[in-house]
Design a protein around this ligand. Sequence first.
Ligand code: MLT
Length: 393
Amino acid sequence: MKIKINQNFSKLNKNYLFSEINMRVKKFQAENPDVKIIRLGIGDVTLPIPELVTSAIKKAADEMGDIKTFRGYPPEYGYEFTKDSVRLYYERKNIKVNNDDIFISDGAKSDLGNIVDIFDNNEIYITNPVYPVYIDSNTMSGRNIHFLNGSRENDFKPMPTGLDMEPKIIYLCSPNNPTGSLYSYDELKNWVNYAKDSGSLIIYDNAYEAFISGNYPHSIFEIEGGRECAIEVSSLSKMAGFTGLRCGYTIIPRELSAAGVLINDLWRRRQATKFNGVSYPIQRAAEAALSIEGEKECQKAIQYYKKNAKLLADFFKSKDIYYTGGESSPYLWIKCPKKYNSWEFFDYILKNAYIVTTPGVGFGTMGEGYLRLTAFNTYENTLEAIERLKKII
Ligand code: MLT
């Protein structure tokens, strides 16, 4: 063929991080069919969806089978009842958002990947290490990426100190994937002030908000001025176990504008063309999960995962291995022993303890020498994983 392809794809790693891990694990399992692998790699949930959510799906499915209640295409931006449930979820945390600010989607990953469509060639600032989608999606679009380095010295919480005052797009994720670090009110205020003063936009990934313990911001919109400089992306995957159901949302305050254009209108236009909405039963499921009762049920699962995280944290503490995360996050971010880099330690643990982890370098260069483990497996598997790790670390 003589067509031109997007050459930016050649700048990406050959495989997406979690696909690469899957391929390695599949190969290892094929060569060692008798070993029982424990997966502490991708942050995928293991507990079933609460009954109140599954019954909402069943009820909605029945409605679709009845001529009186059947529905066709959903609204591209979400049903009002789903937006109401997001708005009320925020309201219970004393955060004001409006239905017109909310866009229901099939998950945070899609929104974070697609949002680049509505911006021109801005300078992109991404914390490092971080969820690989921000880097990959901006690379695919040929954007100029700068890194805000996180390290043990700054508790993996880069701050705007020292940045020039040119406008930029800044990606923040708090609680952070992969490190579990989270910005305090003052630190986030610092970012909001910087964004406002420099005319920048913050894209705030809030996917792990439901794991927060203690007095930390549950949304960038809790911070004064947040509505004037930030977009917030969130998901029910981790909050309600929706990794297999698919539902998330993006909040774009209607006061956000650039060059006289409302960012909210641009995203509205983009979604109307390229997205046909989330299915009715899944939106009813999201509504149930975000309700007062639903949130309580979902929190039971989150507390269960946090108990696993504590077991893992206690183990690494007992071994005197540096780690972060685990308190307001389902992830433990640990320092590899000196003789290993991330992929070497990943291989060592896979081959000797049959445990899948995620190499820190997959989240950016600053993750080299680290490893991420998730607390999303079952309590029993987490205990077994620790027993196996005791024998090899
Ligand atoms: C992760 O393991 O980092 C996440 O589960 C991946 C995702 O949410 O797409």
